[in-house]
Design a protein around this ligand. Structure first.
Ligand SMILES: Cc1cc2nc3c(=O)[nH]c(=O)nc-3n(C[C@H](O)[C@H](O)[C@H](O)COP(=O)(O)OP(=O)(O)OC[C@H]3O[C@@H](n4cnc5c(N)ncnc54)[C@H](O)[C@@H]3O)c2cc1C
Length: 438
């Protein structure tokens, strides 16, 4: 049996950077360290896709808007994700119908489609520069049974929620990917790819252009209710805010224990190969598509935005680890699919925290005047800009901000206080199921 944790001879660990590849060529701007205002109408905690999209709306509606982030721009998921854009609600229409009734369930699924359309429109019509590519996605079947199931689903799509899907049997798979690892799969033609950091910086510029002030490296430490709103303690002093939005997703911290009990932060790890040249990358993934597969512990990969490298990600550890410690396992997962990449060097390895929820749904709404928008379950590239803009409109009191997901019950579990103690055994169980082909 192969030891997945053994360091490959090609890798010199000392030469691998933990800065995400996307931040190599697009530097985060130096945001001015201006003194904080004494009072704002809208304070947004977190300057990722959610917070910046919300800020664009509140500022455009005339609210004095301040966005604060504890880290540098791109420190959260939005500067370090895989850049894959896909229809992205985890629960099926059937599951949602059982929970919320057929009508609302259908409307919820339509919101997920609207999220992709929103991002497409930002990129193609509104000048949001994010290397938008309508490259589609190949969804690889990990077992023959998975293939049968996915082909059946593709043939019986739900009227009104159809996607353009082509079923690819194993005999034709090499037209999509240079491997026999999968048992066939499906191409989702409507999926797309972005450069995550470029998207983040474009949303930053958009928020600033509408009048929002954004400050990084300034954590919100505590939020207390006071007359007419909130008193907010930050790393740079105290201010008053009429309304506050928590846009902290997989980095909930301690500012709101109620929200912390409802979000499960899970590390997702990525590596990038050294530049291989576009021809070699296209020899592996001929149409330059995103790739994901049908395992429980999903892997996801794609060509880099410049088409020169393979960027490969997944859950590489039982418990959270340093991203460098995950290089060996991620590389082994990659070379199981592409043995051709055995001699190739890894140059980047990084991690970020996605936010799962107990019902695998995103949540947005208001609780006693405190707004939230979070829990994209690893699918926030399309969902966060869309729902971020919606919650911003809600904060501004605009009717167009209403969504079919508003104020869904946001579940927690007994004995869960924000530290996912059950993660390692769950990952182990899912890995075992994958190994057994269940
Ligand atoms: C490795 C990886 C790969 C991924 N790949 C994909 C993909 O291919 N497709 C996809 O759809 N999704 C993907 N995702 C998920 C996606 O990136 C996220 O869902 C999305 O970026 C969430 O955006 P956000 O603005 O809500 O959160 P974030 O971008 O995480 O921003 C939250 C911010 O809140 C800040 N914050 C927290 N607490 C405080 C505080 N007290 N004070 C001030 N600031 C605070 C944090 O510093 C952070 O910057 C991936 C995520 C990771 C980590």
């Amino acid at each position: 049996m192969r030891d997945l944790n053994r360091v490959n001879d090609a890798d010199s660990i000392a030469d691998i950077t933990t800065t995400p590849l996307w931040q190599d060529h697009v530097a985060a701007p130096d945001l001015p360290e201006r003194p904080l205002p004494a009072e704002v109408d809208a304070l947004i905690v977190g300057a990722g896709y959610t917070g910046l999209s919300a800020a664009r709306e509140t500022a455009a509606a005339g609210l004095r808007t301040l966005v604060l982030d504890a880290g540098a721009m791109g420190a959260g998921c939005s500067g370090r994700n895989g850049g894959q854009v896909a229809y992205s609600l985890k629960p099926s229409l059937k599951t949602l119908s059982a929970r919320h009734g057929e009508k609302r369930a259908f409307a919820i699924c339509e919101e997920a489609r609207a999220a992709i359309q929103y991002l497409r429109s930002l990129a193609t019509r509104e000048g949001v520069d994010c290397d938008w590519r309508e490259s589609g996605c190949f969804y690889g079947a990990y077992t023959a049974r998975h293939f049968t199931g996915m082909a059946r689903e593709a043939e019986r799509q739900i009227p009104g929620l159809e996607q353009r899907i082509t079923v690819v049997p194993r005999s034709q798979q090499r037209q999509e990917i240079a491997t026999d690892y999968y048992h066939g799969g499906c191409v989702y033609h409507d999926d797309a790819a972005v450069d995550p950091m470029k998207l983040l910086l474009a949303l930053l510029r958009r928020a600033q252009a509408s009048g929002a002030t954004v400050r990084d490296r300034c954590a919100v430490i505590a939020i207390r209710r006071s007359r007419g709103g909130f008193e907010v303690l930050t790393g740079a002093g105290t201010l008053k805010a009429r309304k506050v939005l928590l846009a902290t997703n997989g980095y909930p911290g301690k500012v709101s224990p109620w929200h912390r009990r409802r979000v499960i932060p899970i590390g997702s790890y990525q590596i990038a190969t050294e530049p291989l040249g576009t021809e070699r990358v296209l020899s592996l993934i001929p149409h330059g598509r995103n790739i994901v597969d049908s395992r429980h512990i999903v892997v996801y990969f794609r060509p880099s935005a410049d088409g020169e490298r393979i960027v490969f990600g997944g859950r590489a550890a039982l418990a959270e680890k340093d991203p460098i410690a995950c290089v060996a396992r991620l590389r082994a997962m990659m070379t199981e699919i592409f043995p051709q990449l055995q001699p190739v060097r890894i140059t980047h390895a990084w991690v970020g925290c996605v936010a799962y929820t107990f019902d695998t749904m995103p949540h947005l709404g208001e609780r006693d005047g405190l707004f939230h928008c979070m829990g994209y379950c690893g699918q926030g590239v399309p969902l966060a800009p869309y729902f971020g803009s919606k919650i911003g409109q809600q904060m501004a009191g605009l009717a167009q901000g209403r969504t079919a997901l508003d104020d869904l019950p946001f579940p927690s579990r007994p004995y869960y206080f924000g530290r996912p103690w059950f993660l390692a055994p769950s990952v182990w169980a899912y890995r075992t199921m994958d190994a057994l082909g269940w």
